[in-house]
Design a protein around this ligand. Structure first.
Ligand SMILES: [Zn+2]
Length: 247
């Protein structure tokens, strides 16, 4: 309780400088998703935006024929594991890029949510990884890969065995290959949405891979020890089209 009060005080002192001290938004309670829009002037889009994420993907409504395969050009590179107070985020200074609809975006970070924020036919998965890419004009494109429970994920072992327990803590990783997080099956659902965290900025290109990858129960439990629930609720489609890459 003390921590919350202190945070609220710091946040109100710095309210005019969004992000100056990290915002105190949370996933539940008085700083939960329904309050985000009123917490900071630049969080307004979280409430008034009409193209917000995450969404529920109704597979039978997904339109075929309009999407091109994603071309992944990821490379192994150094990484930094960060506990940012909302999730575990892996920052990637030099891990290659991906091409979405003919445009090149640099991979900059990935992070996790549990349960998955996106739902497919109203079903959430245990967890999702969001790989965040940035284009030259700062436009964002995200790839979401869902997790199902199964074998230990060997690629994620160096991360999940080494989660920084406290907010703002980091741990270095000599090398990580983000290609290990991409399922072999290229089919994905595509739509236009937003960041799922404040400031909820729109015009983000979303690509949700159809096939999940596996993590073990112990790996999921290690993450949940730090973040029991960090998923924003489903947002209305407001007439947006969801497309699917034709098999
Ligand atoms: Zn995310």
């Amino acid at each position: 309780m003390k921590r919350k009060l202190a945070l609220a005080l710091i946040c109100s002192l710095f309210a005019s400088q969004a992000w100056a001290v990290g915002s105190h938004w949370e996933y539940e309670g008085e700083y939960g998703p329904t309050k985000w829009a009123s917490m900071e002037p630049n969080f307004k889009t979280c409430g008034i935006g009409k193209r917000q994420s995450p969404i529920n993907i109704e597979t039978r409504d997904a339109e075929k024929g309009g999407l091109r395969p994603i071309v992944f050009s990821y490379i192994p590179g150094p990484a930094e594991i960060l506990n940012n107070g909302h999730t575990i985020q892996i920052n990637l200074p030099n891990s290659g890029s991906a091409r979405f609809d003919g445009l090149e975006y640099k991979l900059v970070q990935f992070h996790f949510h549990t349960p998955s924020e996106e739902k497919i036919d109203s079903m959430a998965s245990h967890m999702v990884v969001h790989l965040v890419h940035k284009a030259g004009d700062n436009k964002l494109a995200v790839v979401g890969v869902l997790f199902k429970l199964g074998k230990e994920n060997a690629a994620l072992k160096p991360i999940f065995d080494n989660l920084p327990p406290k907010e703002t803590m980091t741990r270095p990783l000599n090398v990580f290959n983000p290609a290990d997080l991409i399922p072999a099956d290229p089919i994905y659902y595509g739509y236009t949405g937003s960041l799922t965290t404040p400031p909820c900025s729109e015009d983000v290109k979303w690509h949700v891979m159809k096939k999940p990858i596996e993590i073990s129960y112990a790996q999921l439990a290690a993450f949940k020890k730090l973040y029991k629930m960090n998923a924003r609720p489903i947002q209305p489609l407001n007439g947006r089209r969801v497309q699917v890459l034709q098999p």
